[in-house]
Design a protein around this ligand. Structure first.
Ligand SMILES: Nc1ncnc2c1ncn2[C@@H]1O[C@H](COP(=O)(O)OP(=O)(O)OP(=O)(O)O)[C@@H](O)[C@H]1O
Ligand SMILES: [Zn+2]
Length: 456
């Protein structure tokens, strides 16, 4: 059995992974708040934990792994969106979940075994909060219930910070009813126009952090193997999940291994909705970038390193995948090559696994290449439709336009250049001309049929 090693944020070391119960390996990953299309950054943890899920299933058997990823479908951002658009909350969350499935399926990610909606677990949240109040870890104030961080000595252990540092560094909401500025909301009152549920503290709704603690307990138990998410969630979200769950079930330990993926960045900054520097997965798919290409680009960078999305990486990925698809077509997959498995088992070294795939391709081991692909969710039929048609080769047109431009510089007659440019733009092609040469890039509305007649 392959030995899996994972970097545990709790211990900051790469550890050999030993499941609590090898017959039921359990993983929880924080899912999206559903009010809008997922941006490309949101897709990164989905692909990262999909690779881990596939690895666990390969090593322990598919029926011995339980993967839970929630939908946060009660949240103030959702309420704000509903108010802005004059729409029903449930219509927004249902629609967004449908989009999420479509977009993540396109990236070749497997659906988790359970995808709980927070609104279906309100009873468990209330029960957990009642237990925390009874044990002195939480208190009621002005219709709110707050978690008292001072009641939990381990607070800050995951992110490695003291409570004082956290107060200084975080944008903590200061509220008159808080005993300590770091205390966070477990339950808050709802006005009539907001979603709410009856509770011992009146009609209200849960805070975000308690949702994950309650759903993880319900579906995976008080202790389980792996908890994952982006490293932007480490503090305060995961710190708060740990505090709640460890105080609700002292001694159980909650999640053993914490795994955090680094951020997808845009010019050195996290891609995020709040910064507005984002594009959605759907934007890319609609522009004709295949989901498999997005997946392959993601696998090229280790999950603990920040990464950028670039058109260049996408172009290279597309060329490699097209070539490999040609090689493995009609081939029966062999066993997953040892070196590929070893790379992924070594803290999800997907870049190493891809390097092995290049070696297999160079050696002509097509059965191994196909098996490696299937293991990593690549070269499969499900996400392969894009590669069926012939690749659109614009290099002939690029050369022709470059020659026409050169001739025009000498003759000062640019009519042919302008004519070609206009026809290309009409076909949905972006024309880039610089000293270095001419580059033609198919854009969102690209229609190859309209290229006929552009060439002389
Ligand atoms: N740029 C990014 N790179 C990688 N993962 C990200 C990025 N942005 C968000 N995530 C992850 O996406 C998942 C969904 O998070 P969430 O729904 O809170 O995103 P969000 O509200 O769209 O985030 P933001 O407002 O920061 O864009 C989380 O696991 C989070 O860590
Ligand atoms: Zn969570």
């Amino acid at each position: 059995m392959a030995e899996i090693r994972l970097t545990n944020t709790l211990t900051r070391t790469k550890e050999v992974f030993t499941p609590i119960d090898p017959k039921n390996v359990r993983m929880y990953v924080c899912g999206p708040t559903v009010y809008d299309r997922a941006h490309l950054g949101n897709a990164r943890p989905v692909v990262v934990f999909d690779v881990l899920y596939r690895l666990l299933r390969h090593v322990h058997g598919a029926e011995h792994v339980t993967y839970v990823r929630n939908f946060t479908d009660v949240d103030d951002k959702i309420n704000a969106r509903a108010a802005r658009d004059g729409r029903d909350i449930r219509a927004i969350t249902d629609e967004t979940i449908g989009w999420y499935h479509e977009d993540m399926d396109a990236l070749g990610t497997l659906r988790p075994d359970v995808e709980p909606r927070a609104t279906e677990h309100i009873g468990q949240m209330i029960a957990m909060i009642e237990g925390l109040v009874a044990a002195g870890h939480a208190y009621e104030a002005e219709g709110h219930v707050l978690f008292a961080v001072e009641s939990y000595a381990g607070y800050g252990r995951l992110s490695g910070r003291s409570v004082e540092d956290m107060i200084a560094g975080a944008r903590v909401e200061v509220a008159p009813y808080k005993r300590n500025p770091m205390d966070f909301v477990l339950w808050k009152p709802s006005t009539e126009d907001l979603p709410g549920w009856e509770s011992p503290w009146g009609r209200g709704r849960p805070g975000w952090h308690i949702e994950c603690s309650a759903m993880a307990k319900e579906l995976l138990g008080e202790s389980f193997d792996i908890h994952g998410g982006g490293n932007d969630l480490m503090f305060p979200h995961h710190e708060n999940e740990i505090a709640q769950s460890c105080c609700a079930a002292p001694g159980a330990g909650f999640a053993r291994v914490w795994l955090h993926n680094e951020m997808l960045q845009v010019e050195g900054k996290k891609m995020s909705k709040s910064l507005g520097n984002f594009f959605t997965v759907r934007d890319l798919l609609d522009r004709g970038v295949p989901g498999e290409v997005i997946r392959f680009v993601f696998l090229g960078t280790h999950y603990r390193k920040p990464m950028d999305w670039t058109e260049r990486k996408a172009g290279e990925a597309e060329a490699v995948l097209r070539k490999w698809r040609g090689m493995v077509s009609g081939v029966e997959a062999g066993a997953v090559p040892e070196a590929v498995l070893a790379a992924v088992a070594d803290d999800l070294n997907t870049a190493g696994a891809v390097a092995e795939m290049h070696r297999l391709a160079a050696e002509g081991d097509v059965a191994g290449l196909k098996a490696a692909g299937a293991f990593l969710g690549l070269l499969t039929e499900e996400i392969g439709a894009w590669a069926e048609g012939p690749a659109v080769d614009l290099s002939g047109l690029e050369a022709e336009l470059a020659a026409a431009r050169e001739a025009a510089m000498a003759s000062k007659d640019f009519s042919r250049v302008d004519e070609m440019k206009a026809a290309l733009v009409a076909a949905g092609v972006e024309v880039r001309m610089s000293k270095a040469g001419v580059e033609l890039i198919p854009g969102p509305g690209f229609d190859p049929a309209k290229l006929e007649g552009v060439s002389e």
